[in-house]
Design a protein. Structure first.
Length: 211
């Protein structure tokens, strides 16, 4: 027995395919040249961005100025570290902290640090350490130099703190500590770790302790 087919509540019908009687948004935009205006605006903005980029490039510092400012930043930090080490050494030996003397020592150390950093630190205008040496060997040469500096400064610092008196330590320990730290920072990891191992071996062989 066939089932009775229910009448749908909403009757289905074909959509109206006749052309619209009113103007569409596309027609209105075309009449008012909105697309052309938008394209023109995009071109103007693109041109402005390019000019801004050119201005930014022109406003950048020269490599020489960047090198100077980088050296100034790093060496000022090292001078502040020297100042701190000076205070700590005086406190360790229980002497009166002479702020004027500490400040003068830090200023002198800053001058030495600035010269060394400006000469040895690799930067864009300072890639060549020794003229005539092939460029591929320049980085290795710098790493060898900082490796030697790290080993010498570290071992010397251990030696004077274990063998010399407090007056000698107050004079030599702060600059040696700064040079040691700077040399290790300049080294790649594969160079830095062996340099620290050399200092550790020096401590162990001589029976010293790190004070």
């Amino acid at each position: 027995m066939a089932k009775n087919r229910k009448e749908p509540k909403m009757k289905l019908r074909q959509p109206d395919r006749s052309a619209p009687t009113e103007k569409t948004l596309l027609d209105i935009a075309s009449e008012r040249s909105l697309f052309e205006q938008a394209a023109r605006r995009e071109r103007q903005l693109a041109g402005k961005n390019e000019s801004d980029d050119e201005d930014d490039e022109e406003a950048k510092l020269s490599p020489g100025a960047e090198r100077f400012l980088e050296a100034l930043l790093y060496t000022t930090t090292l001078a502040m570290l020297h100042f701190t080490f000076d205070v700590l050494v005086m406190k360790q030996y229980g002497t009166e902290i002479k702020w004027k003397r500490i400040t003068i020592n830090a200023a002198r150390a800053w001058g030495v640090f600035f010269f060394l950093f400006y000469t040895l630190h690799p930067s864009e205008p300072n890639q060549v350490l020794i003229p005539g040496l092939p460029r591929r060997f320049q980085k290795t040469l710098r790493q060898m130099l900082f490796f030697a500096m790290s080993c010498v400064a570290g071992c010397a610092l251990v030696y004077i703190t274990n063998s010399k008196g407090y007056l000698y330590n107050m004079k030599r320990a702060p600059p040696l500590g700064c040079l040691w730290l700077w040399a290790v920072v300049e080294l790649d990891l594969l160079w830095a770790v062996p340099s620290l191992l050399v200092t550790g071996a020096y401590v162990w062989v001589n029976g010293y302790s790190i004070k």
